[in-house]
Design a protein. Structure first.
Length: 373
């Protein structure tokens, strides 16, 4: 099979989002300027570019700029938040099969951990979370908005409303949804929202964003001090704790310039339009798979899928798709598909067609499954 002659179809934003030519050009321009006078252009970005980026991110999330911090990655962000709660919090609730970068810092951090498990390998019932949280006197719940292994999207409004009513802080990993999901942080009952930039935000590697409610910072003051939280005058340095306490002094400027261009494009398109487009592709894929032997995690109606669809398949299917120049991820017996705004119905149809070809070559019987309207 000559894969070089086949078109390339990228359906793996759940692994990493594509960068735009404008994002790459912005990063290259900064790097080229750094050949001559690095400090000048670094501090120019800190003085002019960073406030603009903060405004754009606040607009995307419907948050206040004073609630936004930029960091090197998700793990840095979460560890900084954990430092702020460590002396005050004992009981933490996690999802058993969540992404390790979310669960391990709590598990290794000296907390009393309680776990919620899924039902049927997919759904995480909020009712079960409530039951465990009340029984174990949980003070913090940390969970991903969209699960990386299944695509299940938890109802943040229902979960957050429960947390608010029971004095529980809610920390959410939005790495698999921010940029493809229309958040309104002002009204969303979430205390801390964190996302890496390299997936659905299409900002590339080396940066992340934190969005933190004022009430959370008042309850759990920062235990770190970033450059932006320090004031300098003739008398020396003074510390002014704020969301900027979480922001390191020397940021990845090239990465943040990439993110800045991505945000400009997303704001122009409208994240709600992107969400609608992505959900339509997920639904099209689920409907197409209903005529195959491949079983979709959560069912073929895709009701609880926001950005990711996973279906059961042996590893050879993933290799077959790779040979067909279709980029997806195979992991733990499932193929994960993450279509985004740059994908089309034709991309989805090409994937479905390749899967049907694989079935035909392997003489796999198929049957039509019922799909909800």
């Amino acid at each position: 099979m000559n894969s070089e002659k086949q078109p390339f179809t990228y359906l793996n934003t759940a692994g990493a989002g594509l960068l735009s030519p404008e994002s790459i050009a912005a990063a290259e321009d900064f790097q080229n300027k750094s050949l001559v006078n690095p400090p000048k252009y670094f501090f120019q970005f800190m003085d002019e570019g960073l406030p603009d980026l903060r405004q754009k991110m606040a607009a995307l999330l419907h948050a206040k700029p004073s609630q936004i911090a930029f960091t090197p990655n998700f793990s840095y962000s979460l560890l900084a938040v954990i430092d702020s709660i460590r002396s005050s919090v004992k009981n933490v609730l996690l999802y058993k099969d969540d992404y390790p970068s979310l669960t391990l810092p709590f598990e290794l951090g000296g907390f009393q951990i309680h776990y919620v498990e899924n039902e049927g390998g997919f759904a995480i019932p909020v009712s079960k979370i409530k039951e465990i949280a009340l029984k174990e006197k949980v003070e913090v719940i940390a969970i991903s908005h969209v699960q990386f292994l299944t695509g299940f999207a938890i109802d943040l409004n229902e979960l957050g409303t429960f947390c608010r009513g029971n004095n529980i802080s809610l920390i959410v990993d939005a790495t698999q949804s921010m940029g493809a999901f229309d958040f309104n942080f002002e009204t969303l009952p979430v205390d801390v929202l964190i996302s890496s930039s390299y997936k659905w935000l299409n900002g590339g590697f080396g940066s992340a964003v934190m969005c933190i409610k004022d009430s959370f910072m008042e309850k759990y003051p920062p235990k770190s001090a970033g450059f932006g939280s320090m004031n300098h005058d003739a008398n020396g340095w003074t510390y002014n704790p704020s969301v900027l306490s979480y922001e390191p002094g020397h940021l990845n400027v090239a990465g943040l310039l990439q993110l800045q261009k991505a945000l400009e494009q997303r704001l122009k398109t409208g994240v709600s339009a992107v969400e609608k487009h992505d959900r339509s592709l997920i639904k099209r894929l689920a409907t197409g798979l209903s005529g195959t032997s491949f079983k979709v995690a959560g069912g073929y109606d895709a009701a609880q899928l926001a950005t990711i669809l996973c279906f059961e398949a042996e590893e050879s299917v993933g290799k077959y798709l790779s040979e067909k120049n279709i980029a997806v991820t195979w992991r733990k017996g499932k193929i994960r598909v993450g279509p985004h705004f740059y994908n089309t119905n034709e991309d989805i149809d090409r994937l479905i067609g390749a899967l049907k070809e694989w079935e035909s070559e392997h003489k796999i019987p198929t049957c039509k499954k019922p799909v909800k309207a």
